[in-house]
Every structure is written in structure tokens, then in C-alpha cells.
Design a protein around this ligand. Sequence first.
Ligand SMILES: [Zn+2]
Length: 271
Amino acid sequence: MKRLWSTDAIVLSRFDLGEADRVLTLITPLEGKVKVIAKGVRRPTSRLGGSVEPFAELRLQLAHGRTFDVVTQVSVGHAWLALRDSLESTATAWYLAELADRSLEERHPAEPIYTLLKRAYELLDAGMGPGRVARWFEMHLTDELGMRPEVDRCVECDRMLEPGDTFRWVPPLGGVLCQRDPGPPAERTGLSLDALKLLKAYQRLDIAALAALRVAVRTEREVEAAMRDFVRVSLERDARSLPFLDLVRAGPGPRLAGRAPEVAQPIETHS
Ligand SMILES: [Zn+2]
């Protein structure tokens, strides 16, 4: 007799297997990251059909299997359909899923990161700016991983930064470095006071306050670059979904014309 178990889950990535099956990488609250198989799901007649998709909170029933547990039933808890209306929020959703995927070991409880991803998808679905959602997610993800960026004190001398100081952003050292400390020459970039303030805001403000912030585009870009560097160092590599996100944000150029978002899933993974 096969033992069954049930869980909430969000699909992080997937790849096709054989004629009609699909292997899904899920994030679940209690089991963390789990790879499961949805058998026959690519057949038009499949009962599981279109339900086992990314960008939705699913309720799954699974049977223990030899290599992968097998999806036996699925229902959709939250579909977050509005998230898919914009290519940028869709690309951002893939990027966040990839970050969650890379942050997790299989079969380790991951409730905080599950909650973070679910909240991020709710915010994208509600129409919050994808850049704001992504920065908020990156900041809280690094926090959950125990790598929260230091934005108040110099990472070398522990001095509290003060207005009028100049400072540098040094991700390998964990945050900001004051001008008195040289730091590794190749690893430092200047950081404006506005960017530092915005980084602090991402650590301290709640969602409503973040959504209402008015910030110069230049500052948003500076913080985006700073957090990308930080996440790259924290996860020890670049996210593969970023080139797609950048392409989407560059505008509706000829390369994207007529392409459905479904064909451009940059984070399908066989790892
Ligand atoms: Zn210092």
C-alpha cells in the first residue's frame, strides 16, 4: 500500500520527462524543496492537466515513490492570474522562484521562504511594481539565509555610518564599508546616500510604506545593481533568469514580438 501525503506547494521549476510526464521542483512549507513527478500531465486528457503550473499556490496529494513522489491529486488554492498579465511581473516571478530554488536544500523545512515567495506573488498579483517586490524579496531572502546586508555600520571597523560619510558597497564583506577602511580594491563600488537610505528602507519598512515610496529611477537602479551583486555573492552565482528579465524590461523589442511568455521559461532546470 502506498502512503499518501498532502501539502501546499508552489512550483519553482519543471522539466519534461519521457513522452508525457513532467518533473516539478516544488517549495512546500514543511518539506522544503521537493522534486515530484506528474505522470501523464502533458496528455490533453490528463486529470492533472493545466493545474500543476507555476505562479499558483497548489494543494497537492502525493504518493511516496521510488525516485520521485507522484502527484495523485491537485487543486488550486490561489491562482494569482493577474501576475501573468504583465511580462515584467511574470519574468520577475520566475526570477524569485529561481532565487528560492537556489537558496534551498531538498527536504529541509522552508516555511519562512515559502511565506516570503507566496507574499511576493500576492504583491505582484496585486500590481505592486515588480522592481520593488524583487528588492523586498531579495532583502528578506538574504535575511532568512542569515546573510542580511549590513547597511548601518562599517563591516570592517563597526563604526556607525553618519551623514557626510562616504562609503562603498562590498558584497563579499557583507555590506557597507566606510572610507577609512580600504577593503579589497576590485570588490568595491561607491554607493550614494540615497541608495543607502533605500537599502535601509527595504530592511525596515512594511509593504505599504515601501509601495508608497517615491524614489528617483537612478536610485532604484543603483539599489537594484547593489542587491544583484549581493545576491550573486550570497548564492555564489548569477541567476539564470536575469537575462530574460532584463530583456523584458528593455521594452517590447522585435525579439519579443509575438512570443508568448510560456515559451520563454529561462529557469527550466535539470539539476
Ligand atoms: Zn570602517
